[in-house]
Ligand binder design. Structure first.
Ligand code: SF4
Length: 388
């Protein structure tokens, strides 16, 4: 890592301003491991939720531009096409031509027609929840799509004109092996996509999967295999021409997700929809995590914000450090000082010194960044930057 070079001028994490996130909390059915807020769509009236989200968006009419728009979930692709397109047209009529407009899709819920309509409506980037290319693992996770669906989704998106396609993958799934993970990874690479996110499976409190682990019915992958899978991810993707730009995110040059880079730069963003978070005007807020209550609040003209916090300057500096350090380029020291008013080298002198001695952090060329050795244990390193 000592000779790592950064292309600062083209780094999309600099000069970002605001992003818009829209949360669609519907899924066809709940996956076994999922800790996100989402509910089965069959229990709800999607047009009512879309109308409520459009009304919430109306509060931000005064904002001139969003650099990026991201519709995530849940599964936005389980919305009826006319509702999804209605939402997208509403967004682009107020904020036309963002630099990047991403939508998350579930491979089993798309067809050629919807991809063409999304493209025409102004979507520029597709993020596909592939998760695995091993049928047994998909079944284990409770996913409803097949391996074939993922390949077809990529092909259809490409035929519709999308040139920026990402796949999400999960490793360290119980019963998986280093070779089954390599197979998933290579299958994703072979599809010729521009972006791959790879996260280790987590056991979220209250999920059926976590309960199975607690009951001793499922054994998580051991730590050493988990680590090897992560190391393999970095090696294989780098060999295939992907650049690791964040702990879990890899892109062909120029295809980094600008919307997420905005988060890691700790720049402001709006979030609309049930359970959406936002960071705006110095406040971190969280919307009501209940579809019915969210719709009722909007329809009655009440606030949908359930939680709000105004971090002080030191908290902002710590949050910014933790987020920046997730990027391979790390903290850009002069940017950090402009943004937070703090000299990171002084504010975090103690953990920096300790981790430098362990070879886990390096300060070079005006940057402070995690070394490759630190990446598999990044969360525990970052913990020490979360307070001063
Ligand atoms: S599709 Fe995604 S959001 Fe929906 S239940 Fe499965 S993992 Fe959760």
């Amino acid at each position: 890592m000592g000779n790592q070079k950064f292309d600062c001028e083209s780094c999309p994490s600099i000069k970002r301003t605001a992003g818009l996130y829209v949360h669609i909390p519907f899924c066809e059915a709940k996956c076994r491991y999922c800790g996100f807020y989402s509910e089965p769509i069959k229990n709800h009236a999607p047009q009512r939720l879309v109308s409520a989200i459009i009304r919430e968006l109306g509060q931000y009419d005064h904002i001139e531009t969003f650099q990026t728009v991201y519709i995530g979930g849940g599964s936005p692709s389980c919305l009826p096409a006319e509702q999804l397109l209605r939402l997208i047209r509403e967004i682009t009529s107020h904020w036309p031509k963002p630099e990047e407009f991403t939508i998350e899709v579930n491979p089993g819920q798309v067809n050629k027609g919807i991809f063409s309509q999304l493209r025409t409506a102004g979507v520029t980037r597709i993020s596909i929840g592939a998760q695995s290319f091993n049928p047994d693992e998909l079944t284990f996770l409770g996913r409803r799509h097949s391996v074939g669906d993922t390949g077809r989704a990529v092909e259809m998106a490409r035929q519709a004109g999308f040139e920026n396609i990402g796949l999400d993958l999960i490793f360290a799934i119980p019963h998986s092996t280093l070779s089954s993970w390599k197979y998933s990874l290579c299958s994703a690479i072979d599809l010729g996509v521009q972006h791959i996110s790879a996260y280790a499976l987590t056991y979220e409190e209250g999920t059926p999967l976590q309960k199975s682990v607690e009951a001793g019915e499922v054994a998580p992958v051991d730590e050493e295999t988990d680590r090897q899978m992560y190391e393999t991810t970095i090696d294989e993707l780098e060999k295939a021409g992907f650049k690791q730009y964040e702990i879990s995110n890899f892109a062909k040059p120029g295809f980094e997700c600008k919307h997420n880079l905005n988060y890691w730069a700790n720049k402001p963003y709006i979030g609309v929809g049930p359970a959406a978070g936002a960071y705006w005007n110095g406040k971190r807020t969280l919307n009501i995590s209940d579809i019915k209550k969210y719709i009722e609040a909007i329809e009655q003209g009440k606030t949908v914000i359930a939680e709000s916090e105004t971090p002080d300057n030191t908290q902002i500096a710590c949050e910014t450090a933790v987020l920046n350090l997730r990027r391979r380029c790390g903290i850009i020291l002069d940017e950090f000082e402009k943004q937070t008013g703090f000299d990171a080298m002084k504010l975090f002198a103690e953990p920096i010194g300790r981790y430098q001695n362990l070879g886990l952090i390096e300060a070079t060329d005006g940057r402070l960044f995690l070394t490759r050795d630190a990446l598999p244990i990044a969360d525990s390193v970052l913990c020490d930057f979360s307070t001063t």
